[in-house]
Write a protein that binds this ligand. Structure first.
Ligand code: SAH
Length: 449
């Protein structure tokens, strides 16, 4: 019996999608139910029906899953940030490990049992936060799929100092009668606030993005923030007058302290500017990079490609252990950072190219570069056939693939296994506890080796 639109059904949830929605069946017909978790029995109303699947709205949990817990954050039901917080941490890890294994099997046709590395810190692990401001001047996060700000008292994923910083900025802008920005009318001043905490010093950089060339009484804002905490080491006013969703505009005015925040990763030092990308979960990134190096099996005779290298953090760890590293990245600022980071750490055997991987990798191979190991860490959409073909043509002994999207990883792994490589090892890392995201590292080795 097929489900009927707007009718209510009792449904057992036996799996979850990669975006964290529950999956259940009515008369063999698949339904997706947001807010339900594996093991629940729920009462839900059918809201949309397609040919082979549909959606239902969760009305009531009639029998809660044994994997459920009370979410530690009181904002869980409204805020769109943490999709899995209603599940125990063990269940979150099982779910993520399952996502990797399922994708590799379903898309890649490969059966495997990934190793999985849970995070030690399941809360307060994020070193970076960006808070939007509501039209009423409240700070918070967007409700899932909207630009409606859910006001928060705290976000349990970030530094506990963030709440004090945000309340201080809110008080200042309110007292100065500087209204919040409205993205529809492009009026108002205060757009978003960005904070970043250093894992070595605990220092915090505060960047306030405004739709104005400046703001009055800046010294009072600095005074108020410095009195909020001694850990605040920079206060930056970012000028963002464009009609854009980008958090930061191009121009910074340093109001107090340093223009960069010092941090360390795998024993190397980084000066991070407000615009630089830096991994947000410090502890898990160190574990992830250790695994990358373990799979890469480097020594001082080896040449390494690090594709999609960002600011070169993997490249520099690899450079310490190999003869030569070539890093490739499409964003010019990231490449500037990578070169500076290499210099600051006294590393001279890493060269960085600013280009699309699909353009430069075939060119590098044609020029006779011969990598022993290729590391690649592409964005969510994965790599592409041009880049992967060039990697296959170079016949490296090892390919270490780092991915934030199991589906595109599985697609690319399939391509590489059809090109003469075997999937030797798979490790999952929980870089983002409470959320649906998972990071995977795979080792592919040449079949003839
Ligand atoms: N390996 C880095 C960052 C990986 S994120 C780290 O661990 O920190 C993926 C990176 O790929 C981003 O920096 C993005 O700018 C870059 N990128 C996206 N498309 C690209 C392409 N076609 N060629 C090269 N780099 C690309």
């Amino acid at each position: 019996m097929l489900p009927v639109l707007n009718r209510e059904y009792t449904i057992n949830i036996d799996a979850m999608t990669s975006s964290g929605a529950g999956i259940g069946k009515v008369g063999g017909f698949t339904l997706f139910i947001s807010g339900a978790v594996t093991g629940d029995t729920v009462l839900a109303r059918i809201s949309k029906l397609n040919k082979s699947y549909g959606f239902a709205d969760l009305l009531r949990i009639t029998s809660p899953s044994p994997f459920r817990r009370t979410p530690p954050c009181p904002h869980f039901n409204e805020c769109g940030g943490c999709q899995l917080m209603a599940m125990s941490y063990d269940a979150q890890c099982e779910y993520k490990k399952g996502l990797i294994a399922d994708s590799l099997l379903r898309i890649g046709g490969i059966n495997c049992e990934p190793e999985f590395f849970p995070a030690t810190d399941q809360l307060r692990y994020r070193n970076k936060m960006v808070f939007p401001i509501s039209s009423e001047g409240e700070w918070g996060f967007y409700r899932s799929g909207t630009h409606q700000v859910v006001p928060l008292n705290d976000c349990l994923l970030g530094d506990s100092l963030n709440a004090d910083i945000m309340n201080c900025i809110k008080d200042f802008f309110c007292a100065e009668k500087l209204p919040p920005y409205n993205e529809f009318t492009h009026t108002g001043i205060l757009r978003r606030v960005f904070t970043r905490t250093s894992s070595i010093t605990g220092n915090v950089m505060v960047v306030i993005s405004v739709n104005a060339d400046s703001i009055p009484h800046r010294e009072r804002l600095v005074y108020m923030l410095r009195h909020t905490s001694e850990r605040i080491s920079s206060v930056i006013l970012n000028i963002n007058k464009r009609k854009t969703n980008l958090v930061l505009g191009d121009r910074n005015i340093l109001l107090y302290g340093d223009a960069v925040l010092a941090d360390e990763l795998s024993g190397l030092r980084y000066d991070i500017s407000s615009h630089s990308f830096f991994q947000i979960n410090h502890a898990q990134t160190e574990h992830l990079y250790q695994k990358v190096l373990e799979y890469a099996m480097l020594d001082k005779t080896k040449t390494v490609f690090d594709l999609y290298c960002g600011i070169g953090t993997i490249s520099l760890c690899a450079a310490v252990k190999s003869k030569h590293v070539i890093g490739v990245e499409i964003v010019p600022d990231a490449i500037d950072d990578a070169r500076k980071n290499a210099e600051n750490n006294g590393i001279s055997n890493a060269d960085f190219y600013c280009s699309a991987a699909e353009d430069i990798v075939p060119e590098l191979i044609r020029r006779g570069e011969c990598p022993d190991t290729v590391i690649l860490d592409p964005p969510r959409k994965g790599s592409d056939e041009k880049t992967l073909d060039a990697i296959l043509a170079a016949t490296p002994e090892r390919i270490v693939y780092v991915s934030c999207n199991p589906a595109t990883l599985a697609r690319d792994v399939k391509f590489l296994t059809q090109g003469g490589y075997t999937l030797a090892c798979v490790s999952g890392f929980d870089m983002f506890p409470q959320t649906k995201h998972v990071e995977t590292v795979c080792l592919l080795s040449r079949k003839d080796k």
